[in-house]
Design a binder for this molecule. Structure first.
Ligand code: CO8
Length: 256
């Protein structure tokens, strides 16, 4: 249990848990390496359809490990190229659910925002307090937060280090749902298992299409979506899904 990253598979759901309680799950270089390796292993595993990324009930993650950066020079930070690892999280094709309880700060908030759904406990606190330690968000916070909650609320968080409570984050559109503290992981896993009953290839393409909405103008996004929609007619799961509906029986998807 003292491993910094715990990974297990339950049915068709992969669960990765951050486990550095003594530093509030600060995202050290080693923890990020282990996490990205685990996420990529889940992404490559044909038995995993959905991924859950969790912290503990007390804390999701209090940001990048400040000890890793405090004395670093620009050249060291540049050569370290740690954001390459974060880019690999962006490449994960399967749906990812963040299970957030307690603080999700700095890189912790950015990590949650790399996921596709966020289940928050009522104790969750989201923030980008980097300004208080002389820097600013670096793993997508200024961009993803602004897209999720809009410029004016994002500015207050980024410029003034304001935290959002779970309810505020829900109302602002940053969180999928808020549940009781002791339920946060069970609810994230329940949602993951529910989504995992869907056809896996359609899940991946649907995720890809939704994420394109942040990148493309509407007309190109619609065209992109249409192409992926047509692509699904090459899958056995499309035939099975529609046939099962017409035969009034549950579908048996195989990811083909
Ligand atoms: N890094 C390293 N250690 C940390 C971090 C952190 N981010 N957060 C907490 N710790 C350590 C504390 O130093 C303390 O250690 P010790 O017991 O040895 O003194 C222990 O965790 C417990 O923390 P506190 O005593 O401070 O606990 P409190 O409950 O009093 O406070 C807070 C909790 C408010 C969360 C407080 O710990 C805090 O403000 N933490 C820092 C939050 C922060 O500034 N996060 C942003 C970090 S910078 C960042 O994320 C940039 C991302 C850039 C991209 C990613 C590149 C990898």
């Amino acid at each position: 249990m003292d491993d910094i990253l715990l990974a297990r598979i339950d049915g068709n759901v992969g669960l990765a848990t951050l486990n550095r309680p003594e530093v509030l799950n600060a995202l050290s270089l080693e923890l990020m390496k282990r996490l990205v390796d685990a996420l990529e292993a889940f992404d490559a595993d044909p038995n995993v359809y959905v991924i859950v990324l969790a912290g503990s009930e007390k804390v999701f993650a209090a940001g990048a490990d400040i000890g890793d950066m405090a004395d670093a020079s620009l050249v060291e930070m540049y050569e370290r190229n740690q954001f390459a690892r974060w880019m690999r999280i962006k490449q994960i094709r399967k749906p990812m659910i963040a299970a957030v309880s307690g603080f999700a700060l700095g890189g912790g908030c950015e990590l949650a925002m790399h996921c596709d759904l966020i289940v928050a406990s009522e104790t969750a606190r989201f923030g980008q307090p980097e300004i208080n330690i002389g820097v600013m968000p670096g793993a997508g916070g200024t961009q993803r937060l602004t897209r999720a909650i809009g410029k004016f609320r994002a500015m207050e968080m980024v410029l003034n280090g304001r935290f959002l409570s779970a309810q505020e984050a829900f109302q602002a559109g940053l969180v999928t749902r808020v549940v009781a503290r002791e339920q946060f992981l069970a609810e994230a896993l329940r949602l993951a298992h529910e989504i995992a009953r869907r056809p896996p290839i359609a899940l991946k393409l649907a995720k890809e299409a939704v994420l394109k909405a942040d990148e493309l103008p509407l007309s190109e996004g619609l065209e992109y979506e249409r192409k992926l929609f047509y692509t699904l007619f090459a899958t056995r799961d499309q035939k099975e899904g529609m046939k099962a509906f017409l035969e009034k029986r549950p579908p048996r998807f195989e990811g083909r």
